[in-house]
Design a protein around this ligand. Structure first.
Ligand code: SAH
Ligand code: SF4
Ligand code: F3S
Length: 470
């Protein structure tokens, strides 16, 4: 059950359609968009929606009534791509009935497969890579004229800085803001540098203005997104260069009522300056997602993660020294090329040493074109990968349960996001450590977007249950 949830969050099984823009929809062409993969992809779909809306398109949550159906895809693991292929098949029938409906594939799978996609999946009309979304309207026009249309050019500059994203299916309280694109790290297992291109940082001024606009519109939480946020670096023409720590403080300075989060940090790059900035601002949340991938130094070297087990453990102690009580989560890959049983044990022992509050855990999936696919053999048998993954999940479940149980009896500040999924008589929201908190509605001052203190009475391995404290 928990692994299913994890898969949905990260493995490309999650999708959503935008809320209907009911007003002014009559006579407009309609588009439908579904997103898979990481938060960056979800955030890109909001840019795509903005580009299409300025071309006169309206969003619809029903693909049957759309003239343009878009899938924003993920390539991170084989299974993520399979999910998209299956989904495309489910559009086949409707496309047969409505041949004028255009189907477009966006995102990482589009970038990886390029024009090959059109040969493999005959029902696809448009293929657009992550840096080419501005050309979507002209590609749609080409496709309307009966031609298949492809643009998968990667860019060294594109950050979509000037485009105001259209928030899709947002709770109106928390939003994602992209601060950079691409990745230069070349972890040997990873397809992202190939699908997203070179790393580039977005103009800091445009990030701060977007966060201000969100705050003015009632949002109370922003998550700054990048594959490696700690290497954010922007040099304005007329001023000093802006590091990630500086960007964090500029966003946090907008208002003490605006919570700031970020994802993802790389253990080799996260600095004490960032940790001290987090400690200095009560509105920068005490939570870090710090993917470790493996607890064994030889495997980490093989993965080209450029840190050792000891370096990682040292970073964790610095985090806990500078930000006591900081929430910590991670990503783990098991069964990477040549991983031995003893090396797998090192991952378990690192988990014991750190005791993560939460983790996303995966069996290694070879991706064509990556350094690992070219240089190493995917030689850990599937059943061994599966068994090791289960051991890792079991241990993490114990740690998550312990971590949540330890909060019972404490009081934490919660930003109310909305009704709890289970009951409209309860609120749900998150504490600073990113743990979901559910509590009964009792006071008139409670509403989405307000901060309340909650006393924790019970815990599961993924939720804290409490009541208003004062
Ligand atoms: N930029 C982020 C992660 C992006 S991908 C970072 O560096 O931390 C999210 C996670 O997917 C990775 O952290 C990794 O754990 C997992 N992942 C990436 N490639 C994978 C592969 N080939 N097989 C299995 N898991 C993979
Ligand atoms: Fe992939 Fe590594 Fe870049 Fe993360 S840092 S996106 S794992 S290459
Ligand atoms: Fe997937 Fe691309 Fe994100 S491969 S995880 S959608 S960067």
């Amino acid at each position: 059950m928990e692994q299913k949830y994890i898969d949905e969050a990260r493995q490309g099984e999650a999708y959503y359609a935008p809320q209907a823009d009911v007003a002014g929809q009559i006579n407009k062409k309609k588009f439908y968009i579904e997103s898979y993969g990481c938060q960056m992809n979800f955030s890109d779909s909001e840019i795509v929606a903005s580009i299409l809306q300025s071309e006169g398109y309206a969003a619809t949550p029903r693909f049957e009534e759309a003239q343009l159906v878009l899938l924003n895809t993920c390539s991170i693991r084989e299974k993520a791509e399979q999910t998209v292929r299956n989904r495309l098949q489910s559009f086949r029938k409707i496309k047969e009935q409505q041949p004028s409906m255009l189907i477009g594939v966006l995102g990482c799978m589009a970038e990886r497969l390029k024009a090959k996609f059109l040969e493999e999946e005959k029902l696809v009309d448009i293929v657009v890579g992550p840096d080419a979304y501005r050309s979507l309207p002209s590609l749609v026009a080409e496709a309307e004229g009966g031609q298949k249309a492809v643009n998968v050019l990667l860019s060294r500059e594109e950050t979509y800085a000037d485009i105001s994203p259209v928030r899709l299916q947002s709770n109106g309280i928390s939003a994602f803001v992209s601060i950079m694109r691409g990745c230069n790290n070349m972890c040997t297992f990873c397809v992202v540098p190939f699908t997203r291109g070179r790393e580039r940082s977005r103009d800091a001024g445009s990030i701060v203005s977007e966060c201000q606009a969100l705050f003015d519109a009632g949002y109370r939480e922003v998550t700054l997104l990048g594959q490696n946020v700690d290497s954010y670096y922007y040099s304005p023409i007329d001023g000093a260069p802006i590091t990630f720590a500086k960007l964090l403080s500029s966003v946090a300075d907008l208002s003490p009522l605006l919570r700031v989060r970020f994802s993802t940090s790389h253990p080799k790059d996260i600095t004490d300056e960032v940790l001290h900035t987090m400690a200095a601002y009560p509105n920068i949340c005490n939570y870090i997602h710090l993917p470790v991938q493996s607890g064994n130094t030889r495997i980490l070297q093989h993965m080209n993660r450029t840190y050792t087990r000891e370096w990682y453990l040292h970073k964790v102690s610095r985090i806990r020294e500078i930000i006591p009580g900081c929430g910590l989560s991670t990503d783990i890959i098991t069964g990477f090329c040549s991983e031995t049983e003893a090396e797998h044990q090192d991952t378990l022992s690192l988990m014991e040493a750190v005791k993560f509050d939460m983790a996303y855990m995966f069996a290694y999936s070879e991706r064509p074109g990556t350094l690992a696919a070219r240089r190493f053999t995917d030689d850990v048998p599937e059943d061994v990968k599966k068994r090791r993954l289960n051991e890792i999940i079991d241990l993490q479940n114990q740690h998550s349960r312990q971590s949540y149980a330890q909060d019972v009896g404490t009081v934490c500040q919660v930003l109310i996001e909305g009704d709890s999924k289970r009951s409209a008589t309860d609120w749900c929201g998150r504490n600073s450590q990113n743990k979901m908190v559910v509590f009964p509605k009792t006071h008139a001052d409670e509403a989405p977007g307000t901060y309340v203190d909650v006393k924790i009475l019970h815990a599961t391995s993924a939720t804290l249950i409490g009541e208003r404290n004062g």
